[in-house]
Each structure stands twice: as structure tokens, then as C-alpha cells.
Design a protein around this ligand. Sequence first.
Ligand code: ZN
Length: 140
Amino acid sequence: MVIRGVVEKVIENRGEHTFTIHGVHVVLAGPACLINHSCDPNCMHVLNESGTFDIVARRDIASDEQITHDTSAYEYEVAHFSQECLCGSDICRGEVKGWKDLTKEERESIREYAIPFLQHISDLEVLADDSYVESREHSG
Ligand SMILES: [Zn+2]
């Protein structure tokens, strides 16, 4: 556990420092809103018993290392900051974008740490894809 997720306030519209939790835009208390994006983040979001997300390490973090998370893994849409990514990781996607703008391959590459809500949206999109449904029907 790096930062305990506690909702400070619920707001109507998505903002630069908001998180979207179950379709609701919130500001988390403490330093959570100040974490920078990385395409190879050292932290991920894990649902807690209060219904929001804790920031949890996904690997060891050095004492002088910046805490990072992957915006694409918790936001459906990014609209409030420059989309050019400056994370500098070897697997940088080049821009910060929401889950909806990721390619299928990009989604698969972050699926292990993306929040369940976004994974559920992808599952629904697959079900809504006629060609996928047809192929399933033909295969029995
Ligand atoms: Zn990047």
C-alpha cells in the first residue's frame, strides 16, 4: 500500500486531478491526485472496501524513485492535460490517453493492472461486436 484511497469530494465533471470511480468523478484526499502518469508505472489501483481505490505498488520502488501510475488503466477518457507522454519508459505509448483510445494490443498490455470497470467495458464491447457473436454462434 502506497496511498490509501479516500474520497475527498465528488464533482460533476472530469478534471485534471480527478479519478473516475464507477462512472463518478472524484477527488481523492492527500497526495493521490499528484501522482504522475507512466506507461510503465510502479503503482496500480486496487479497489478497497470503501468503494474507491488504493494506490498499491506493482513492483519494488526505490526510495528516490517517483511514484507513478498509468492513467490509461483507470480513466476511460483523458481530456484535461497535454496528451504527449513524457514518461520516458522503454515501453512508452507516446501519448497519455484514456482506455477508450487505446488499441486492442495496448489494452491487453495493461489489462493485468487496469481497474475492473474498464476491463468490464472491454468485455461488453466484445459482446456487442457482431462478428465476434457470429463467430461464436458458428463455432457452437
Ligand atoms: Zn509514456
